[in-house]
Structure formats: C-alpha cells, structure tokens
Design a protein around this ligand. Sequence first.
Ligand SMILES: Nc1ncnc2c1ncn2[C@@H]1O[C@H](COP(=O)(O)OP(=O)(O)OP(=O)(O)O)[C@@H](O)[C@H]1O
Length: 258
Amino acid sequence: MTTFAPFPRPSGQPASAAAPAVEAFELSKHYGKADARVTALDGVSVSFEAGRFTAIMGPSGSGKSTLMHCLAGLDTPDAGRILLGGTEISALNDRQLTALRRERIGFVFQAFNLVPTLNAEQNITLPLALAGSTADPAWFDYVVGTLGLKDRLTHRPHELSGGQQQRVAVARALLTRPDVVFGDEPTGNLDSKAGGEVLAMLRRSSQELGQTIIMVTHDPVAASYADRVVLMSDGHLVGDLDNPTTGSVLTALGKLGA
Ligand SMILES: Nc1ncnc2c1ncn2[C@@H]1O[C@H](COP(=O)(O)OP(=O)(O)OP(=O)(O)O)[C@@H](O)[C@H]1O
C-alpha cells in the first residue's frame, strides 16, 4: 500500500494536543418511569485525548450507545457535563447542537448512509456543500488518497463494494476536519476483510491525520485496531485498556461476563 507523509496540520493544531477532544463529567441518563425505569448511564466520567482512536465496549445494554449519543449531542444526559473541544455541549440549545454536529463532529454508522443518486465525490463533499462551503482541494486529495478512493470518485454507491462504500463514509466524516469522528459499529455490515480495511483506515486517520475517533463495537478484533478500549457495564465505566489486543480485550470482557 502507498505510504503517505502526514498532512501538514493547520497552524495551532498540534499532532497530539494535551487538551482532551471530549470530556464527560458525572453523566447520568435514565429511560422510562417508575417500575420501567432503566439507568443507562450512572455517573460516567471519561476523557478522550485528541488524536487517539478509542473503542467503547461492554455487554449488551451496558450503556455504550447512550454514552456515544450523549457525547455526540444526539441525546441529552439527565445530569452531568460534556465538553467537546472545550465547548460545553450540555449548555447548547437544539439549533446550536445541530450546528455543532454539522461543523465539529463526523459520524460513521453501521449502515453507510450514502445518497444513492450521488457519486462518491458528491457524497464525500455533501456535508460541506450543505453548509455552503467547499473542500480544501489539497485536503480532499489527501483524504481520498489515504482511503484509496481516487479511482472510485465517479462511482455511485451501488457500483461500490460495501468496504468501499464505508470508506466513502469515512472520507465524508474526515473532510470537515471534525473535532471527533464517532463510529457506531462501523464494520458491522462488512465481511472481515473489508472490515479490516476500514478499521486500518480509521487507525491511519488517527495516526497520520491526527483525527480523534471514538467507536462503539462488540467486536474484539475491531477493538484491537484502537489505541485504547474503555469498558462499560451496567451504566458504569469499569475498565480501560491501552494498546489493546484481541486477546486482552477478550480477557477483559470475559471478566465482565460479556
Ligand atoms: N430509548 C430508550 N428507551 C428506553 N430504554 C432505553 C432506550 N435506549 C436505551 N435504553 C436502555 O438503556 C440501557 C442502555 O442501552 P444502550 O443502548 O446504551 O446499551 P448498549 O451497551 O449500547 O447496548 P447494545 O450493545 O445492545 O447496543 C439498556 O437497558 C436499554 O434497554
């Protein structure tokens, strides 16, 4: 595979900023009422360093999606504070949250969510087009080159493999240079080879582009591509692994009974 030199960062944006990209303090979130009341998050405090790739893991129902949705401004905690790139998102109104999600957050979902009538290039640039902006041509070329999509730009989604479609979704998420890219089971619809390619691209995005990535996954192999795994159980943060391997993740999950 071609090796790309790291893209020069905008001035004032160091490769590994000391400040965390996302911080949560004492987040709590409940659903339902009375007997049906469920505690999804129970006083979760966690910090995600800029430029790192972190996986969130844990048994089904442990609160992973709720945590990610709160961090991404898609859901509101009942209590607690969230700082995204220094902005307290818990204090924003709906209009401000929508703007923050559009301008400062990238999403990669299990379903690729590409527009079928647009080609790959148009899909990648869509968020910027919707914001009335255009891509920096050098950054566009760099992202597209890094993701191996240069010769696929005129193809529409149905002319691309699942792995290529997800790489288009990753390029779309990276193009706005968001503070953080959130992935929700981004390889859940892919076979292991295509999934491995997408995960390798996510890892390169953090290593070479300095992109902060937070990914929810059930897959210990997927988690092994991350720099760090945080483990959840019953709405609590119960573990934190640096440089995870498939084996170390399986052992940690086994201790949780997952
Ligand atoms: N909209 C909702 N209404 C009611 N309960 C909910 C809602 N969303 C989540 N929950 C509950 O909150 C708890 C945490 O759910 P969450 O989806 O965050 O867990 P998860 O770890 O992402 O699970 P999974 O791995 O199965 O996706 C679960 O008990 C779930 O049933």
